[in-house]
Design a protein around this ligand. Sequence first.
Ligand code: SF4
Length: 236
Amino acid sequence: MTEPIVISAKNLGAVAMPGFCPRCFWLQMHSDGIPYQIFPGIFSSIDSYGKKLVHGWFDRHQSAPPWLLPLGDIKGYVNPPHYSKFSVHDADTNIILRGTPDGIMVMQDGSHLIVDYKTAKFTVHQDELFPMYQVQLNAYAVIGEQKGLAPVSGLALIYTEPVTDDDTAKKDTYQSNSGFLMEFSAHFRAVDLAPETIPPLLAKVRKIYDLDRAPKSLKGCEDCALLQDLIDLTGS
Ligand code: SF4
């Protein structure tokens, strides 16, 4: 019997990135935490604010906010469940896959559209992260099909980009005695439904996790060389 593994939809997405490092992944999965991980909380606050705006609008107007119209004929929303309730067990690999989608829209035909908010300018860099987001959303689709969201009919990324041009900054209405407002413009990118991509990734996770030792470093990775220098310095 293999040891159970718990993995988030987002961490599974990392496995699909072109520069994926099995060694980094093995170390992360076998440790209680990796040092020097600092992520500014402001981005998740903005993502969560976007969710509150959308849900609040639905509650007050019984319709989707106008800026969400490109997503199709939405009739309502479902509050995204906590990851403890939004998980599935894959019997083939003994892996529990879990996560919490940012948003779940109910379409006119009763199907569900799962979305993820990304506070970012839509740049080439965001495009580079697309393979990760694609897996993350498809993992939510796989979980959703078994956890009350069937059928899942679509997946989408909603990029909310700060509007910071000079003309906007000149608007007096954006300033008040307590501070200033910042506008965000929304950009949408549909993600193909491809639930069949998830089982091979789970199998890959199981294979790497079960290795007795961390795999070799990626060739040419400067960070690993720096880490080795630190270890040599401390004489460990
Ligand atoms: S090779 Fe680079 S990416 Fe891989 S474990 Fe080392 S530091 Fe991490």
